[in-house]
Design a protein around this ligand. Structure first.
Ligand code: BES
Ligand code: ZN
Ligand code: ZN
Length: 498
């Protein structure tokens, strides 16, 4: 798909003019003057036919046979909700995009143009996602916007051409990275061994110019990552530890951000086996890894002036005679011993080693981990936000704001000391399951805290409900691409020059 930015409409006769408007504008007479100027002869007569509900498109053929598509954007106008509107339009109404489409943004205030261009390009591309990857024939061919020949034009005031171009560039780069990690999270477990994640990271690093260092099973053992090895014991596939680094020459000194992601390629629960009904969703248990991969790839694509390190432990959690058993005590990279009460609380085990590793080897200014960690986060927040835990109010506040802007929302839970008492073990330094069956997302956060080397600017995002769920791209639950947009927006907000 190619995107052009234009400031004059040159009608070719073959294109669709897509006109986003606000519901509140529709009742105002002024808007009809403007619609008249773009070729809708009597738009007031359309009022009874256009409910102007959010995202509800109205296609009109004018007397000259031109197609004009009115699309209501949600109010108040924000990136996240605009993105969703464009994504759903593109996904549900793909035939609209068989011909070139010109988006007319001239009805919007100039300061909104960059945001709208970004949201439109990002959303339209995301909506082209094809869930039926393994179908012999999906019955409808490729989405028109995934073809190289597809054309989108953004029509903006002349003074806004540059910002629209910048918005479109960010939207396009973000969408391509998101589509790539969505594919990875949706991949079934038999096509997603730890080595497949390694291959993804190595290919991306080579292509976009950052570093990927891979540790194999023996090296993981040498390093003393026994918690990761414990989870890996029941698997036929050896664990991997993936270390990524992107460093821009323009990155300010002492502002390293360390990102840690849970990479469980399938979570059966291990011997504490999960019920079978929804177990198939557990192919998505590497959503944290995907978020870290995507954030680093996107920062490299956009050449953001930042310094990032990503640490991703990868294994599946399977059942086997060799698998760890409840009551086992594991060593870990940090030196702390862990009593395994439940083998299904495996994410925190592998994260313990990765968190301890990055805080031992680097001096990050910020430490961020992302993990599909607990069912408790899903029961608390549904699919609407990630559960955030942090010991740094300012960091939590910045992420909250990035979440509100992008639609990849986060909501904070406390890390009060009392919750930590539930994780104390009588036989080892810490146990991996709370004594009481309550506050599961928080007690998981308290467990991780033991392995952060008391890092003062740490944030844990439990993305169990948002990484895989209500994506709008399929009937069943599927990957959303959560993470890269949120985190790169946060990075930009820290440094106004980005
Ligand atoms: N991968 C799961 C968490 C999860 C649940 C992610 C639902 C997405 C949707 C995690 O490893 C797990 O099994 N957590 C257990 C922890 C429990 C044993 C303490 C859970 O939340 O039930
Ligand atoms: Zn589990
Ligand atoms: Zn898990």
């Amino acid at each position: 798909m190619s995107v052009n930015i234009i400031h004059q409409y040159a009608e070719t006769g073959d294109e669709t003019l897509l006109v986003p408007i606000l519901k509140s504008q529709w009742s105002e007479d002024a808007i009809h003057e403007q619609l008249l100027s773009i070729g809708l002869p009597n738009s007031k007569a359309l009022r009874p036919f256009f409910k102007a509900e959010n995202g509800d498109p109205l296609l009109i053929y004018t007397d000259k046979g031109r197609r004009i598509l009115l699309l209501t954007l949600p109010e108040p106008l924000r990136f996240g909700s605009c993105l969703k509107t464009f994504k759903l339009l593109s996904n549900k109404r793909r035939t609209f995009f068989n011909a070139p489409v010109t988006l007319d943004f001239r009805l919007f205030p100039e300061e909104q143009i960059e945001m709208l261009s970004d949201a439109a390009v990002n959303g339209l591309l995301l909506g082209s996602y094809e869930i039926g990857k393994y179908k012999q024939d999906n019955g409808r061919g490729e989405h028109p916007l995934s073809l190289g020949s597809a054309q989108i034009s953004l029509l903006v005031p002349e003074s806004r051409v540059d910002v629209a171009r910048e918005g479109a560039r960010i939207g396009e780069a973000t969408a391509h990275t998101q589509l790539s990690i969505i594919d990875l999270v949706n991949a079934p477990s038999n096509k997603k061994t730890p080595q497949v994640l390694v291959d993804w990271a190595v290919d991306s690093a080579r292509f976009f110019g950052y570093q990927a260092t891979i540790f194999d099973r023996d090296q993981i053992e040498e390093m003393g990552m026994h918690a990761l090895l414990g989870v890996n014991r029941g698997s036929e596939h050896p664990a991997r530890f993936i270390l990524l680094e992107y460093r821009s020459e323009q990155a300010p000194a002492d502002q390293l951000i360390a990102l840690v992601g849970k990479g469980v390629t399938f979570d059966t629960g291990g011997l504490s086996i999960k019920p079978s009904t929804n177990m198939y969703y557990m192919k998505s248990d590497m959503g944290g890894a995907a978020a870290v991969f995507g954030t680093i790839e996107l920062a490299a694509r956009l050449q953001l002036p930042v310094h990032l390190v990503g640490a991703v432990p990868v294994t599946d959690n399977s059942v086997d005679a060799r698998a760890i058993k409840p009551s086992d005590v594991l060593d870990s990279f940090s030196g702390k011993t862990i009593e395994v009460i439940d083998t299904d609380a495996e994410g925190r085990l592998i994260l313990a080693d990765a968190l301890a590793y990055v805080t031992h080897h680097y001096k990050p200014r910020h430490l961020v981990d992302l993990a599909t960690l607990t069912g408790s986060a899903v029961r608390t927040f549904g699919y609407h936000c990630a559960a955030m835990m942090s010991n740094d109010d300012e960091l939590a506040d910045h992420l909250y704001r990035a979440g509100q802007d992008t639609g990849e929302r986060v909501w904070r839970l406390p890390l009060w000391e009392e919750y930590g008492e539930e994780m104390s073990s009588e036989v080892a330094d810490v146990r991996n399951l709370s004594i009481k069956p309550m506050a599961g997302a928080i007690t998981a956060g308290k467990f991780l805290e033991h392995f952060t080397n008391e890092h003062p600017h740490w944030v844990h995002l439990d993305i169990a409900g948002v990484a895989f769920g209500d994506s709008g791209l399929s009937r069943d639950k599927s990957a959303t691409g959560y993470g890269p947009r949120l985190l790169t927006t946060w990075m930009r907000s820290r440094n106004q020059n980005l």
